[in-house]
Ligand binder design. Structure first.
Ligand code: NAP
Length: 320
């Protein structure tokens, strides 16, 4: 008998076909709406494998009701949506999709940095709103990217890929991790600093750590207060690493110059969120890895991980 799996969102046909060769597949068929919790609670009871996205909160109570579940394949590199300790305790393998999205997410991080520094969404709106009456010396002026100092908090796969892009702009690059990466320092001419030094010295700060109990609210008021008035902060990692209330305060008071966010504490962000009233904030709807090619690679890799576990093989990307 084929193993049974549940897929929490409509996947491209070729991925469903691949999964169906070895598994009995049930799938939430809606593209633009996450599976309701009560549906997931019922489905998970009956399956050997779960193929899910970061929109699903896979907590202990859900897993305790999943007697047959052997594997959770998350179609994302971050896995803060899954209770890893509970999965471990229950003997359920968890996998993610690192690597295949690194360059695409770095492209987006750098795009957001550039769009924020040069006020691109605001300038585009200015034109469309009919406000462009003439050219004037200080109209819509932004911050220079070339030659500026970039600070990367979380120099992992994506952080390094962002550093490579920054080098092309002649940026000086500082980074902060829990552990130094001397090999990357040499290869990419990076300087390791403590977090507070990085925040004080950088013109641009990119947050690229995973979301963990340690990084939750890692950048709050105290940290934002250290930054230059001309500084720009970018978060393409996870919401909650920068405290949104503190960020709102810093942007409103102009104690920092601007921010670019791809991720939020609550997603989708509510349209009446105070952050969305600020002109010096550029926002995106969590599209870091959203290129056609990369999303296909992520979908395929999550399928490989899931199938390998169900077929008794070691998956390429085991988290636990
Ligand atoms: P990675 O290779 O694991 O890199 C993460 C880096 O963060 C590591 O170098 C790690 O170094 C550092 N780090 C971890 N905890 C830290 C802490 N408490 N303080 C300082 N540094 C810390 O991961 P990645 O593939 O680059 O992905 C990074 C994150 O980006 C993912 O976890 C995911 O949440 C997010 N992401 C978002 C999107 C999007 O669509 N916006 C797309 C892809 C990924 P140490 O262990 O030495 O501290």
């Amino acid at each position: 008998m084929k193993p049974r799996i549940y897929v929490t969102r409509k996947l491209p046909n070729q991925i469903v076909e691949r999964l169906s060769e070895s598994c009995e597949v049930r799938m939430w068929e809606e593209d633009d709406k996450p599976v309701p919790r009560e549906v997931l609670e019922e489905e998970i009871k009956e399956v050997d494998g779960l193929y899910c996205l970061l929109t699903e909160q896979i907590d202990a109570s859900l897993l305790e009701g999943a007697d047959k579940l052997k594997v959770i394949a998350n179609m994302a590199v971050g896995y803060n949506n899954i209770d890893i300790d509970a999965a471990k305790r229950l003997g359920i393998t968890v996998t993610n999709t690192p690597g295949v999205l690194t360059e695409t997410t770095a492209d987006l991080t750098f795009s957001l940095l550039m769009a924020t520094a040069r006020r691109i969404p605001e300038a585009s709106e200015y034109l469309r709103d009919g406000d462009w009456k003439t050219w004037s010396p200080m109209q819509l002026t932004g911050q220079d990217i070339h030659g500026a100092t970039l600070g990367i908090i979380g120099l992992g796969r994506i952080g390094e890929a962002v550093a490579k892009r920054a080098k092309g702009f002649d940026m000086k690059i500082l980074y902060h991790n829990r552990s130094r990466n001397r090999e990357a320092e040499e290869r990419l001419e990076l300087h390791y600093t403590e977090l507070n030094t990085l925040l004080r010295e950088c013109d641009f700060v990119c947050v690229l750590t995973p979301f963990t109990s340690e990084t939750n609210n890692m950048i709050g008021k105290e940290q934002l207060d250290l930054m230059k008035e001309s500084a720009v902060i970018i978060n393409t990692a996870r919401g909650g690493i920068i405290n949104e209330k503190a960020l709102y305060g810093a942007l409103k008071e102009k104690s920092i110059w601007a921010a670019g966010l791809d991720v939020f504490e609550e997603e989708p962000i509510s349209l009446d969120h105070p952050l969305l009233t600020l002109p010096n904030l550029v926002t995106l709807p969590h599209i870091g890895s959203a290129s056609i090619a990369t999303r296909m690679k992520m979908a395929d890799l999550a399928a490989t991980n899931l199938l390998d576990v169900l077929l008794g093989e070691e998956p390429p990307n085991r988290v636990v």
